[in-house]
Write a protein that binds this ligand. Sequence first.
Ligand SMILES: [Zn+2]
Length: 196
Amino acid sequence: MRKLTRMAAPECWQKKEYQWNADYVAKVQESPSYKFVWRDSKTCFSCAKEQLMSMTQHNCAFCDGALGVESRKTIEHFRPKESFPQLAYVWDNLFSCCDVCQSEKLAQFDESLLKPDEPTYQFYHYFQVSFRTGEIQPSSIASQSHQQRAEITINLYQLNKLERCKARLKELHAFRPHEGDMLDDFNYRFFLEAAL
Ligand SMILES: [Zn+2]
């Protein structure tokens, strides 16, 4: 999970977010099975989605895998809309995400889950990597609470699934930091940064 700096929401989103949340909360109260939909999907949502994608250079905010090739470009509610309907359209709660992270986390949430745009978050404060297995692990020199947060994050997004570890090692193998490659041209950048 790479640190990201959140850009402001598009103006249209800022204007409508409050009303959309209020509408959604009212609908869910009326009918608990009410299905969530993105509003103004062809205009404002499409603009917001592009903004979220550009914040991560079109990578998943959690696993940093590429979006648009092996995975659809999806939007993740960090705090799930099932438990936090009042946050369903809140900009700070939304992240670019891949199909695998979405399907692993589903509606799970833990207050200790790491958020990639937390002001003090840095990958190496919480995690270390294994260049042998491709796994990421809680940092052995981090405090117990940091290690616990790292562990919860790895588990909820299943960041050490075998295929993900293999993909990181493959990317590392292709990465040539001394030949002028741009880091943003690669995936799993937190893993590659640890190798620099
Ligand atoms: Zn992902």
